[in-house]
Design a protein around this ligand. Structure first.
Ligand code: ADP
Ligand code: MG
Length: 380
């Protein structure tokens, strides 16, 4: 079967009953006093594009290297396709790693770079030619096969590295900051390409990145990591819309976070008393009446309306525009609430701000409001 004729892998969401491709259980890695990875558990299913997202030094690469077999574990186990990897050396694992530096051979053509691993494995020559051609077609480099790496752009080199990793048909491809060497615009375009290629080959990808936008664009699911631990695991939508902690709400996107006290806990709603208004949330959470809790609101979920009449009621408050930031596609308004809190509110600039029916500027009195589905309750 050639790569170009492979069909997309079954949707990973349909595989809940099946055994996960990767099972990580209680995995810990210490370097002296530093616990780089701290007792993590994770299942990854066939066909997923899973992102490990976190700031520098949080343990992402260490976890990836343990999956590849380049590092020993201090505790726990890693199972890939039902086989415990404890005594399986890196070169016998069904994994392949794509490094940030790409590590291409400068003196070899694109074709030779991609063929190298197969030649090492003594794959028959005719099969090598076919597999290399197929994979170069897939990454849209078939016309560049005779070039050397220095005759390629950054994005093209990245695709050669990807082709070289995929041509060996790993069950699991491990990618450490695969787009970090590209400039911002190219990185955005390449994110979509990478996701498309992954979908076509159906190989399970685990991608390490510190870039939250990249993780949001690429992943089927992601784990947000901090200090060696997973703070939350979920789809990009779950993580963005339903963060469980202040850390995640703040790390992914922007959030206005404030304190409150639970006053009602109904089957289908929660009411929280805060310093400026009641927050009514129309989805169930398990909270205790009387308990202190953190509430978060995304800047784009808040509406702004110019008004001299102060709003009162749930999910609304009077405010004053404290600062305005014009970013082109959107504007950010810093609004000051009656208790002194400053909220970020964003609005798309559908009309030029100077031509907008309602032009908002410094010291304007406004009312802010949001839907009952918009506020998020955080437990830590
Ligand atoms: P990330 O990839 O998330 O930036 P790493 O996994 O590379 O983070 O590193 C996690 C932590 O482990 C950091 O504190 C780092 O300094 C430490 N670390 C990583 N590799 C080694 C090593 N070989 N020796 C000692 N400390 C290391
Ligand atoms: Mg790293």
């Amino acid at each position: 079967m050639t790569v170009s004729s492979t069909v997309s892998a079954p949707d990973w969401r349909d595989q809940d009953e099946q055994q996960p491709l990767v099972q990580i259980r209680g995995v810990t890695k210490k370097y002296g006093d530093v616990t780089a990875v701290d007792n993590v558990d994770l299942d990854i299913h066939k066909g997923e594009l899973f992102c490990l997202l976190g700031g520098s030094g949080c343990g992402k690469s260490t976890l990836l290297r343990m999956l590849a077999g380049f590092e020993d574990l201090n505790a726990g186990s890693i199972t890939i396709d039902g086989i415990d990897m404890a005594n399986v050396p890196a070169y016998e694992r069904p994994t392949n790693m794509m490094f940030q530096s790409y590590a291409l051979f400068p003196h070899m053509t694109v074709e030779k770079n991609v063929a190298f691993g197969l030649e090492q494995d003594r794959v028959p020559k005719s099969e090598i030619t076919e597999r290399v051609n197929d994979i170069l077609k897939l990454v849209e480099l078939e016309d560049f096969n005779k070039r050397k790496p220095q005759q390629l752009s950054g994005g093209q080199r990245q695709r050669v590295a990807l082709a070289r990793a995929l041509v060996k048909r790993p069950k699991l491809l491990l990618l450490d900051e695969p787009l970090a060497a590209l400039d911002k615009k190219l990185r955005k375009q390449t994110q979509f390409e990478l996701a498309n290629i992954q979908d076509k080959v159906g190989v399970t990808f685990i991608v390490v990145t510190h870039d939250q936008e990249e993780a949001m664009t690429l992943s089927s699911r992601m784990a947000v990591m901090d200090a060696g631990r997973f703070q939350q695991i979920g789809t990009p939508t779950e993580i963005y819309e339903f963060p469980e902690s202040r850390f995640v709400a703040d790390f992914i996107g922007t959030a206005n976070i404030f304190e409150g006290r639970v006053t009602e806990d109904g089957a289908d709603h929660v009411r929280v008393e805060t310093a400026f208004c009641d927050v009514f949330i129309d989805h169930g959470h398990s909270v205790q009446v009387g308990s202190k809790i953190w509430v978060a609101l995304r800047p784009e979920k808040i509406r702004l309306e110019k008004s001299d009449e102060a709003a009162n009621g749930a999910n609304q408050s009077a405010a004053v525009i404290d600062d305005v930031g014009y970013l082109g596609e959107t504007s950010i308004y810093k609004v000051k609430l009656p208790n002194g809190d400053i909220f970020d509110v964003t609005r798309p600039n559908q009309s030029r701000p100077t031509h907008a029916a309602e032009h908002l500027t410094w010291d304007d009195r406004v009312n802010i409001s949001w839907d009952p589905s918009s506020a998020m309750l955080l437990h830590s």
